[in-house]
Structure formats: C-alpha cells, structure tokens
Design a protein around this ligand. Structure first.
Ligand SMILES: *[C@@H]1O[C@H](CO)[C@@H](O)[C@H](O)[C@H]1NC(C)=O
Ligand SMILES: *[C@@H]1O[C@H](CO)[C@@H](O)[C@H](O)[C@H]1NC(C)=O
Ligand SMILES: *[C@@H]1O[C@H](CO)[C@@H](O)[C@H](O)[C@H]1NC(C)=O
Ligand SMILES: *[C@@H]1O[C@H](CO)[C@@H](O)[C@H](O)[C@H]1NC(C)=O
Ligand SMILES: *[C@@H]1O[C@H](CO)[C@@H](O)[C@H](O)[C@H]1NC(C)=O
Length: 334
C-alpha cells in the first residue's frame, strides 16, 4: 500500500493503554479487520439516501441494550456484524461557565477520561480502554471514523476555543497514537483514506479543518502549523456529532463525502437530522430531519451514528442515550 498517511509520525499517548477486559475469551477486533461499512458501500448508501424525504417511514429493526455505563457516547463504528466501537466521555468534575470569556473560552477545564468501549453484536461488553492521559485536560473523545486499518478520534478539552489532539488506534489494541495537535476544540474526525486527508470538526461543527497527512507536521507534542484548509460550515441546521467517510461519490462528481448526524437546540426545541456532506466545502448535499426518539425521549441523532447496507437495505445505527444506552437500528422504508 502506498497511502500517504502511512508516512505520518505518530507517537503513543500512553505506554500501555489502561484497559478493562470483560470478555477474556473474545478478541477486541475481528481478525482480519473488515472493510469500513460506510466507505466500502458509499455509492449505494448515497443512492438509497437520495430516496429518503420528510415523509419516509422508519422501521426499527433492532434495539440492543449496551451493557454497563456508557458515560456520554460520542461516536460509534460498527465493525462487521459482531463488533461495535464506541467513543465516550466520562466527566468526573463538570465544567462550569465563566461569567465572562476568560483565556478565549467560556468555561472551566473540568476533569474526566476519554474512553473507547467495545461491544459484541448482542450488546455484551468486551473491553473498555481509557485513552486519555491520566490528569490530561484533553479528556473529551468525540466522533470517530474507521478506515479499514485504524480508528480515528480527537481527544479535546471539553470547552470551545481550546486544544485537541488527533489520534489513531489499531482496533485490536486500542493504543492511541498522537498524530497532530490543534489549537482549537475538535469534536470529531473523518478519514478520506483514498487521498490521505483527515477532516476534523470543531465545537458545534461550525468549522472543519482538512489535514493533509502526506504533508510534514512538526509532530506531537507540537501544535500543527496549519491545516490545508479551514472551512466554515455553511449549514446552521444541525450541529454534527458523528460523521463517517463515504468515499468519493460518483453522484457528486467524485468529491469526497461523509454521512453526518446531529441535533441543534433552537427556538426552545431540539431538532435532529442526517446529512450527506461535501468534505471539501461542508455543504450539505442531501439532508433530512428525523423526529424518532429513544425510549428515554432523546432524539436518535443526539449522539453517535453509523451507517451500512445490510441485506441490500440502508441501515442507520444510533446510540442516543447517556449512561444506560441501547443501540437503535433503523431502516428507512424506501
Ligand atoms: C484507568 O482509567 C480509569 C477511568 O476509566 C481511572 O479511574 C483509573 O485511575 C485509570 N488507572 C490508571 C492506572 O491510570
Ligand atoms: C466467552 O465465554 C462466555 C461465557 O462462557 C460465552 O457466553 C461467550 O459466548 C464466549 N465468547 C466467545 C467469543 O467464545
Ligand atoms: C459568576 O458570578 C456569580 C455571581 O457574581 C458568582 O457567584 C460565581 O462564582 C461566578 N462564577 C464563576 C465561574 O466565576
Ligand atoms: C489563563 O491563562 C493564564 C496563562 O496561561 C493562566 O495562568 C490562568 O490560570 C488562566 N486562567 C484561567 C481562569 O484558567
Ligand atoms: C471562540 O472564539 C471566537 C473567535 O475568537 C469567538 O467569536 C467566540 O465567541 C469564542 N467562543 C466562546 C464560546 O468563547
């Protein structure tokens, strides 16, 4: 393989990851690693997505309770039929709003841990890795993506206008390797593996940064000089929470596109939706509102989302609730 991102100098965050294994007889990741569900099926996902509209009926295919405390889930990757990887934030000391902007941000640092938690297809817990450094202010683990080799994530301070570290992990070990540091909160990562560009999203997904991993970065612990591009999000409809790379879509002139889900609080209500987004401009190419809620009353797009085509049908995987969570698997009836 001659992919440019292999040249990235990545340094381990911790010598040995702090991990609790619940199923000692199970491997953490499938071997060999499956292709990513989202980008290996990207064109078909985009084709079926184009048939969804506001009147589409949604069928609940499966509701899978996930065992144990899931803290605040932020991102999910479905790896084949029998593994789910969830990024989550455990907050031990809550952030507190300042009365005025201080050091460019609006709240205290707080304390916590960034987790990667692995479940089998029945929701049984396999492993829980703490991937932030002990005592680090960067304990918020945001939306994640999987490229067939690595899981990509951002460890950030849990406040706007702060700092972040882009990390990648071998799914079999969950050892985070630092790829680069950013002078802003970053709440999600998406890897366009065919061009070697990683997209990261800042607070509320208001701005995307595109990092060309083939370029030379000073490398951690230094801050990356500058991304190849910073792109203001032109859509103010939902704040994207978790996105998945869908490939270079023929339908959109072979531009790189991603699937994103999220919510926004506005006009005393909360709205949620899904979008296929152009990674170079952040322009939504297709978007649909979603009013489905979990049994606990949260909009299904509140937290993580993944997408795949299963048995020829488009499926979305949502994990909306904090702490006691269940995976909601939905198919649009199209
Ligand atoms: C491992 O992570 C947990 C949080 O999940 C934390 O309470 C514990 O102190 C960590 N242990 C070490 C040795 O860092
Ligand atoms: C591991 O052991 C448990 C308890 O005996 C069993 O339920 C589970 O199916 C086993 N998993 C694998 C992957 O063998
Ligand atoms: C904000 O102001 C209130 C009232 O003056 C005060 O009680 C509170 O401690 C302040 N909060 C912070 C984080 O400084
Ligand atoms: C603001 O930044 C300065 C310099 O880094 C630091 O000494 C100070 O503690 C910070 N203030 C707060 C409220 O975090
Ligand atoms: C973050 O910084 C930007 C630009 O300096 C500023 O407009 C914005 O209000 C800041 N946000 C917060 C929450 O402090």
């Amino acid at each position: 393989m001659k992919l440019s991102w292999l040249a990235v100098a990545a340094a381990p965050v911790v010598a040995a990851v702090n991990m609790t294994i619940t199923q000692k007889n199970a491997t953490i990741a499938p071997s060999p690693l499956p292709p990513p569900g989202s980008s290996s099926q990207g064109e078909e996902i985009v084709r079926q997505f184009s048939k969804i509209d506001r009147t589409t009926k949604w069928k609940l295919v499966e509701e899978v309770p996930f065992e144990g405390d899931l803290f605040e889930p932020e991102g999910i990757v479905r790896m084949g039929d029998n593994r789910y990887f969830v990024s989550a934030g455990e907050y031990t000391v809550r952030t507190q709003k300042y009365n005025q902007t201080t050091n460019g941000t609006d709240r205290t640092t707080g304390e916590g841990f960034g987790h990667m938690i692995v479940f089998d297809g029945k929701g049984r817990r396999i492993a829980d890795a703490t991937i932030s450094r002990p005592g680090s202010s960067e304990y918020h683990n945001g939306g994640i993506d999987y490229d067939g080799t690595y899981l990509w994530a951002t460890l950030s301070q849990y406040r706007p206008n702060s700092t972040a570290t882009l990390v990648r992990m071998d799914p079999a070990t969950l050892e985070p390797e630092e790829v680069l540091r950013v002078h802003d909160h970053q709440g999600g990562a998406v890897h366009d593996w065919s061009s070697g560009v990683v997209l990261t999203l800042n607070w509320g997904s208001r701005e995307a940064s595109l990092w060309d991993l083939g370029a030379r970065f000073p490398g951690p612990p230094a801050f990356a000089a500058a991304p190849r591009a910073r792109v203001r999000n032109p859509s103010h409809y939902t704040d994207y929470q978790d996105c998945k790379y869908l490939g270079h879509s023929q339908r959109y002139g072979f531009r790189p596109v991603m699937l994103c889900g999220g919510i926004t609080g506005i006009y005393d209500t909360t709205i949620g939706g899904l979008a296929v987004v152009d990674m170079l401009t952040m322009a939504p190419l297709m978007e649909v509102p979603l009013t489905l809620t979990s049994a606990q009353g949260n909009l299904v797009t509140k937290n993580p989302v993944d997408v795949a085509v299963v048995g020829g049908r488009l499926r979305f995987f949502f994990l909306p609730d904090e702490h006691n969570s269940a995976l909601y698997v939905y198919e649009p009836v199209i």
